[in-house]
Design a protein. Structure first.
Length: 95
């Protein structure tokens, strides 16, 4: 690790960014083995976050992806924003 910066955990892995070599890594959190490069050549790495169904609260506006085909973002506890990834524009916000 040249310059570790951001760090997060999910299941049995630890994930971190390294701004020195512009990469995101993962390793076994118990013993640090099986270091894997997730992605490289990412300019200006500041943090890393893992989004997983395991980390989502039960209920909420985006259960079952909010009924959308692509991406549902919880804006408030009762609101959601459905996002169209192909055009990179939000499609609608529900109340």
């Amino acid at each position: 690790m040249d310059h570790p910066y951001g760090i997060t955990l999910l299941d049995r892995f630890v994930y971190w960014t390294d701004s020195g070599n512009k990469s995101v890594f993962r390793a076994e959190k118990q013993n640090g083995t099986n270091i894997t490069v997730i992605t490289t050549m990412v300019d200006v790495l500041r943090d890393v976050r893992v989004f997983s169904p395991q980390r989502q609260p039960p209920g909420g506006p985006c259960v079952n992806n909010g009924g959308c085909d692509e991406l549902c973002l919880a804006v408030y506890p009762s609101k959601r924003r459905l996002v169209c990834l192909r055009s990179r524009r939000s499609t609608r916000t529900d109340i």
